[in-house]
Design a binder for this molecule. Sequence first.
Ligand SMILES: Nc1ncnc2c1ncn2[C@@H]1O[C@H](COP(=O)(O)OP(=O)(O)OP(=O)(O)O)[C@@H](O)[C@H]1O
Length: 521
Amino acid sequence: MPFPDFDAAESANNVLISEERSYDKDNLIVEFQQHFVKLTDEQRSIFNEIISAVEAGNGGVFFVYGYGGTGKTFLWNTLSAAIRSKGQIVLNVASSGIASLLLPGGRTAHSRFRIPLNITEDSICSIKANSDAANLLRETSLIIWDEAPLMNKYCFQALDRTLNDILPTQSASGSKSYFGGKVVVFGGDFRQCLPVIQGGTPEEIVSSSLSSSTIWDDCKVLKLTKNMRLTQGSLPSDAESIREFSEWLLQLGEGRLGGPNDGRAVITIPDDILIQDSADPLQDLIDFAYPSILQNFNDPTYWKERAVPAPTNEVVHDINDRLLSIIPGEEKEYFSSDSLCQTERVEDVFNPNMYSPDFLNGLELSGLPPHRLVLKVGAPVILLRNFDQKNGLCNGTRLQIVSLGKHVIEAEVISGSNIGFRTFLPRLSISPTDKSIPFKFQRRQFPISLCFGMTINKSQGQSLSKVALYLKNPCFSHGQLYVALSRVKSRSGLKVLILDEDGKVTNKTVNVVFKSVFSNL
Ligand SMILES: Nc1ncnc2c1ncn2[C@@H]1O[C@H](COP(=O)(O)OP(=O)(O)OP(=O)(O)O)[C@@H](O)[C@H]1O
């Protein structure tokens, strides 16, 4: 009598493994064939190298380095279809919620690998050796981690340590094998935003990135160089202007514009993408992004590919207030309830009376919904928390307000992987992770904010038809200007309004690039 297959039975009981093996293989074969024939030569060569590593089973760490629009996501889709169509497991993760929605079956790295939120040099992931999550990792053939440069190097090191605990391996030569001998492919663009270190110096920010980690020495860098976003659907006659625009973006992203500089240069933006000579330049900028807004605002597709990015939350609020007042309908206000966390209520260390409700209500922090949230039906909003990733509801997903109840808000998804999906949003208790606040508090509020305008950091990873960049203040951190300008699918879809210190329209702005981040590539 044959022995029962205990391994198969165990896998079937593991819902994480079953989910990752439940893809429709026939559909994936078709998808793979359609994608594979379209791969460019450089995409195909990277595809072959990674597939060979997966087939060899000896592990390997790769970094696919391609600037915005070179087809990294396209490559991830092709690799995932190729491997999943054989019944093998690919874990697709991204450093940000919005980027994870672009990946098939994507999750944020934090939630998939249970990476601690307050990461330190010695952190490990919260995955026990005999758990379902550990068994899923054992069964995994390939890990793809997109937008890796956004994340602190300690997150990668935590996963490496955890996988080496779960899957102790040593290569034939006796040398250390990273990530428990799994094939791990990172992707991203070091010209784009880097990890956020509150108050960090350029050196601290660069040294917190993946390219400064212990893993980097063994990471093979594979480069993509052709801008597929700008070339898709364009006419052959546009080839030269597309090449010029791509080259200009690249020079900007690498800090090669504005003469010799140490990473902070004043650059001139070309006239054809500037808003100038206007009686109301901000209105012209808004009209460019959102033309005929009164006729169109009820159409969810109208909002999908448009954005008015700006470097700071303060400027984003100005844009949101201005546009909300244009949209017809009644405003509804929702006030948050803010309180100190219980752990802070230790009388001899801390006097809670110093932190009155008014004081807490007045705090405006990145990633935290406002104390006074003002909304209208039809307004676009952005989610500020990973809420229901399977249904495409994560930090960065955009929705349109359908109805405004007392205790719930109904909204429809207008970006990402589940467009048209309607959901009810409840109030949540949210604690800021901002380390500049020396105490813990929580705000009970709907986890959304208006998004007619959005911060540049939130726009990373999106492909948009219309980008109206509002530089009331200049960009202040590495990669911000490059991220904002490289979101568009065509040069004609881009307009920039720059104000100088006196509020006058100008054609000059600051580009910040921490050049040392490129030195290890
Ligand atoms: N080989 C290809 N054939 C056809 N279309 C492609 C190919 N490669 C990429 N594309 C298309 O080009 C556009 C940009 O590609 P993609 O989104 O994969 O770039 P990306 O490198 O992930 O960009 P970002 O870093 O900005 O997120 C997409 O519309 C994608 O479908």
